[in-house]
Write a protein that binds this ligand. Structure first.
Ligand code: ATP
Ligand code: MG
Length: 412
């Protein structure tokens, strides 16, 4: 075990909130994936109990006709993750399709989820528009945000790191959880059970709790909610299940079987591709995380620059040049100033200007290549990491499904 595990206080791991995120194995990861998502994943792994999964079923929602793509990229993507610095001792890494529990929860949730909720997800119409060459008028594609909801809810994740465009998916997940708890969280004897829990409190505290609960439920008084919660928190006789039941009793929501997650907004920038548009493998403008250095050099050298700077002696305008966008990500202030000055006065040529970007990207890639090396030469190690992660995830998923089945009356 690595020393950093020991620096975590014994019970700190228990209270660490869970973060869940996934990526679709549809190709080699590129610099955009690193700057837009992975870098953040690496940062989160030491603060949260992170669950990161290979979303192979999600890949099939758009790539159902090309199974080789998904098949080829599953373990390769995990190698990219490890190369970026994910530590399998800190984060749980697993493959979605190895856990049929996701599909079971998806099916059960689908029964009560209104179609309109899915049709209204903004990315639904966008993507259908964007990916016109694929037939996405499928049941699976419409349902994928619900599958995502199942992925999140099954691990009772507290946080989901998302970019702006994905917020609506977390919102849908919250609605689905709320609806589920509302439909199935109210056991017929819920209030009786809650009052039995209250008996573990001192008489005066229990009385104060009831007063606060009524004033919250009748008048919506937030201060009363706070008082009641403080009483729950202060009672040492309660276990986790007691606290949860009283929280549901207090808010009038019943038992929370599925937990509402929150979106974890982090500032990530959109990385442009070689042509200035967003870097994406489908646009053919990407540099892979583990692209060969010679290839990086070739790609950058061929990048278009300010179209109006035709001759070396013409002054250029960086704001019209995609290389400048790379400088904004990769170069320090002094280099940026050198570019700005040199370009606008025709003091430097475009190839000269590109060199610091080439150097910076190659340097960024070095540790990735180094970390990937042992995994590439020993793929069994990667399989083992995924194996361990999958079993860890399964323990949690099974527990949730037990509660879900019981709540829905599926325990005969
Ligand atoms: P691609 O867009 O290359 O085809 P993909 O569609 O399989 O890849 P996405 O789902 O678009 O993958 O991206 C996975 C994650 O990486 C998302 O969190 C997304 O925001 C991030 N990401 C992808 N491309 C970029 C980029 N150019 N800049 C910043 N973040 C990006
Ligand atoms: Mg994309």
């Amino acid at each position: 075990m690595k020393p950093k595990m020991h620096s975590v206080a014994p019970n700190a791991t228990q209270v660490r909130q869970r973060v869940l995120s996934g990526m679709r194995p549809t190709g080699a990861l590129h610099l955009g994936h690193y700057h837009g998502a992975l870098k953040n994943w690496v940062r989160l792994q030491s603060e949260y109990d992170c669950f990161y999964f290979v979303a192979d079923w999600h890949a099939l929602t758009t790539h159902y006709e090309d199974r080789e793509v998904v098949e080829k990229n599953v373990y390769d993507m995990v190698i990219d993750w490890l190369a970026a610095g994910l530590d399998p001792e800190l984060a749980t890494i697993f493959i979605q399709s190895r856990l049929p529990e996701h599909a079971e929860l998806f099916t059960l949730l689908s029964m009560g989820t209104p179609l309109g909720w899915l049709e209204r997800v903004p990315t639904y119409k966008d993507q259908i528009e964007k990916l016109k060459d694929r037939d996405l008028a499928t049941y699976g594609f419409l349902g994928y945000p619900l599958l995502q909801a199942a992925d999140i809810l099954i691990y009772r994740a507290g946080f989901v790191p998302v970019g702006e465009d994905q917020s609506s998916h977390v919102e849908l997940t919250r609605e689905v959880a709320r609806r589920f708890n509302h439909l199935y969280g109210r056991e017929s004897n819920f209030d009786v059970l809650a009052q039995a829990v209250l008996k573990k409190m001192s008489k005066s505290d229990a009385k104060a709790f009831e007063v606060a609960r009524k004033s919250f439920q009748q008048d919506g008084l937030e201060t009363a909610l706070g008082q009641a919660r403080a009483l729950i928190a202060g009672c040492e006789a309660f276990g986790a299940a007691d606290r949860e039941r009283l929280e549901g009793y207090l808010r009038g929501t019943g038992k929370a079987i599925l937990h509402e997650p929150q979106a974890l907004h982090t500032e990530v920038r959109k990385l442009p591709g070689l042509d200035g548009a967003k870097m994406s493998k489908s646009y053919g403008n990407a540099i892979a995380m583990r692209e060969e250095p010679a290839e990086v050099e070739r790609k950058i050298k061929r990048m278009p620059t300010d179209p109006q700077r035709v001759r070396r002696t013409d002054a250029g305008d960086p704001t019209r040049c995609p290389v400048w966008q790379f400088h904004q990500v990769y170069s320090k202030a002094d280099t940026q100033a050198w570019v700005m000055q040199g370009c606008t006065t025709a003091g430097i040529g475009c190839l000269e200007c590109k060199q610091p970007v080439i150097d910076a990207i190659k340097k960024e890639q070095e540790p990735w290549r180094e970390r990937a090396e042992p995994y590439l030469s020993n793929p069994k190690q990667v399989h083992w990491i995924v194996e361990v992660g999958t079993e860890r995830a399964r323990t949690v998923a099974r527990e949730t499904m037990r509660d879900v089945r019981a709540a829905m009356g599926l325990t005969y």
